[in-house]
Design a binder for this molecule. Structure first.
Ligand code: LCS
Length: 397
């Protein structure tokens, strides 16, 4: 049986692994080294010139990270993957490679706060023009494409509103305008277990591997996945020269360990989020629930088509706005108040003052992020306990 034909869970465990020819270690060895020795000056020269295969320096590549990169490429259905020091390292290495002064990026207005900051306050300082639109509105996308457009950037489901964008429709429209435009999709919220944007027509997938891919709240990491020639440019320019955001070999090893259970974990995250969303949706103190699995969600049909399941993230507003929302969060005993997501522990936060505090008030409004919105990452606990915790905090309101 070829590995291509194997299921996701099998690939997450086996794809990319290399037999340890020295000792037969089952677990991938951690090559905790900054540099690699050459037999001679000439050999070093050949490695730098690309005339001989082999490692040079960990910022350019590392054997532990390479196993992980091959595994993640297989899970996303991409040709190649580049491991990075963080999700922001992945996004910035990718965008520095694509964009330059005079180039134009169309980005969705609803993004993780630091991605929004990179585009809105960072790249724009260096002459990159950025338009923020709603990428789920294809007419808006059509009217913003122009000659110098080099990328369309989006998250689906988006952080923190869970807005869904039709990746295939966006890719078709952008590529019909110009095949050179890179459609970049942040797949952090779905993870490759639920959605493969490259198979839907996107050119590049970026990840904060800090979240579901690692899954244990103990690593900050990222990935860029796509065509081999593009990823090589990101490796040798975006990462090597521009950001230096290289993944540490130990982080790579922790990710290899975390990925083994990704499929199992995602099914529990989805089950818990589905139960919590149904509970919140029926609760009189709750005004609105954003969860793509609810039929009332605007993107439900598209999510049902492009995702295998609806994910472990949801957000909601309680009656009484921001004050009531914060009181609810403060009244929880089991669900932990923290940013980040995708961990075993359920985590809850207030986007407007935390993950999305890089947005000005009018930008929050334009992105559909209500002042009282609360974001919940459903963990791996028993759903009944999470619901009981929410229930007791609601009762205190
Ligand atoms: N993309 C998305 C969708 C994210 O949610 C995050 C981080 C990043 C990229 C950046 O990844 P990092 O550099 O942190 O690995 N999101 C966070 C959040 O919602 N809470 O804390 C971090």
């Amino acid at each position: 049986m070829t590995q291509e034909a194997c299921g996701f869970g099998t690939k997450a465990i086996h794809a990319g692994n290399e037999k340890d020819s020295r000792f037969g270690a089952l677990s991938t060895p951690i090559y905790q080294t900054s540099t690699f020795t050459f037999d001679s000056c000439e050999q070093g020269g050949r490695r730098f010139a690309g005339a001989e295969k082999g490692y040079i320096y960990t910022r350019l590549g590392n054997p532990t990270a390479a196993v992980l990169e091959n595994k993640v490429a297989a899970l996303e259905g991409g040709e190649t993957c580049l491991a990075t020091a963080s999700g922001m390292g992945a996004i910035s290495s990718c965008l520095w490679t694509i964009a330059g002064a005079g180039k134009h990026i169309i980005a969705d207005g609803t993004l993780y706060g630091c991605t929004f900051a990179l585009l809105n306050h960072g790249l724009s300082r260096y002459g990159v023009e950025v338009d923020f639109i709603d990428t789920s509105d294809l007419d808006a996308l059509r009217s913003h494409l122009k000659e110098n457009t080099v990328a369309v950037y989006l998250e689906t489901p988006a952080n923190p509103t869970l807005k869904i964008t039709d990746v295939a429709a966006v890719a078709e429209l952008a590529h019909a305008y110009s095949p050179a435009i890179k459609v970049v999709c942040d797949n952090t919220f779905a993870s490759p277990a639920l959605q493969n944007p490259l198979k839907l027509g996107a050119d590049v997938v970026v990840h904060s591997a800090t979240k579901y891919l690692n899954g244990h709240g103990d690593v900050v990491a990222g990935f860029v996945v796509g065509k081999a020639d593009f990823i090589q440019q990101v490796r040798m320019f975006g990462l090597k020269d521009m950001t230096g955001a290289v993944m540490d070999p130990f982080a790579a090893w922790l990710l290899l360990r975390g990925l083994k259970t990704l499929e199992l974990r995602m099914s529990r995250h989805c089950e818990n989020a589905r139960k919590i969303a149904a509970f919140l949706n029926a609760h009189p103190a709750v005004e609105k629930v954003n969860y793509p699995g609810l039929e009332s969600h605007r993107g439900h049909d598209i999510a049902a088509r492009q995702m295998k399941d609806f994910g472990g993230m949801l957000s909601f507003e309680v009656r009484g706005g921001k004050e009531a929302g914060m009181a609810l969060v403060n009244g929880l005993r089991l669900i932990t108040v923290a940013v980040s997501l995708g961990d075993a522990e359920s985590l809850i936060e207030h986007p407007a003052s935390m993950t999305h505090s890089t947005y000005a008030e009018d930008e929050l409004r334009a992105a559909g992020i209500a002042p009282g919105l609360i974001r919940l990452s459903a963990g791996l606990e028993n759903a009944e306990d999470l619901i009981a915790d929410l229930e007791q905090a609601m009762a205190q309101l």
